[in-house]
Design a protein around this ligand. Structure first.
Ligand code: SF4
Length: 265
């Protein structure tokens, strides 16, 4: 079984508990205007030409984003760090892009990792078919689930899709009892306001004690160079990043309502 991945990060510490290997799948059904992995959105491997300067001369160099990898190759790589994962309470995280967009590949990987005794997390935008969610659920130990905006029109404007499927899937997962870390990217001009955070808190209060952790993720500009490098229009080019301190008040609002909240991944 083969799938398309565009990056693999070993010794990751922000993609779930402990030390983890994060595998980034190519392809995403959303088009968030702040996306920090814009090269991941197209599911097919992409070819980009980048300019290289050497001794005053400029050259074009072709770069491919996304490679075909097999389940067995990836599991062998993931297993290399098993000792660190075990000692730190870590494991593997499948991220993207959106990993559920390659459902058969994801299911095979999850099954293989579970057979090896590896803790599995899936980082999802939630815009997933219910059938796929049900298929992967038995092999997932933790979901990192993005909740971006409760106002569906604003969600559409910022991500290219309404949020109804996402909210339904979140409720389905909460009801299943699976551990969930909810991830809220806080984005200027999209949800960086007390009003938007209060709306999320009001919604989450229906599920108190059933969401293990809320991560508030401040918007950052690290991907700026990628947009330039790959010639992709950056709709947020002029927007400065947020600092952790900018989210202290929001974190306090969540804490007051009894949520376990963290700023950053
Ligand atoms: S869900 Fe994540 S990967 Fe997909 S477009 Fe949005 S930010 Fe990018």
């Amino acid at each position: 079984m083969q799938g398309i991945v565009f990056d693999i990060k070993r010794f990751a510490v922000h993609d779930g508990p402990g030390i983890r290997t994060t595998v980034f799948f190519k392809g995403c059904p959303l088009k968030c205007r702040w996306c920090h992995n814009p090269e991941s959105i197209d599911i097919h491997p992409g070819h980009f030409v980048k300019k290289i300067k050497l001794d005053g001369f400029e050259f074009d160099k072709s770069e491919t984003i996304g490679i075909s990898a097999s389940v067995s190759e990836l599991v062998e790589l993931i297993k290399k760090d098993f000792i660190f994962m075990e000692e730190s309470g870590g494991g593997v995280t499948f991220s993207g892009g959106e990993p559920t967009l390659q459902p058969e590949f994801l299911i095979s990987l999850l099954k293989a990792c579970k057979e090896e005794g590896i803790h599995t997390a899936v980082d999802t935008c939630g815009y997933v078919s219910r059938r796929t969610l049900k298929q992967i659920l038995p092999f997932v130990d933790l979901f990192l689930f993005d909740l971006k905006q409760l106002d569906s029109e604003k969600h559409l404007e910022g991500t290219g899709q309404h949020n109804d499927v996402i909210i339904d899937n979140l409720i389905f997962l909460i009801d299943s009892g699976i551990p969930i870390h909810l991830r809220i990217p806080v984005i200027p001009g999209f949800n960086y306001s007390e009003y938007d955070m209060v709306m999320i808190i009001k919604f989450l209060k229906n599920f108190k004690g059933r969401v293990d952790q809320v991560d508030l993720l401040p918007y950052h500009t690290i991907a700026k160079n990628k947009y330039k490098r790959f010639g992709i229009i950056n709709k947020m080019d002029d927007t400065p990043g947020l600092k952790k301190e900018d989210l202290f008040n929001f974190a306090e609002l969540f804490r007051k309502e009894g949520f376990n909240v963290k700023i950053g991944g």
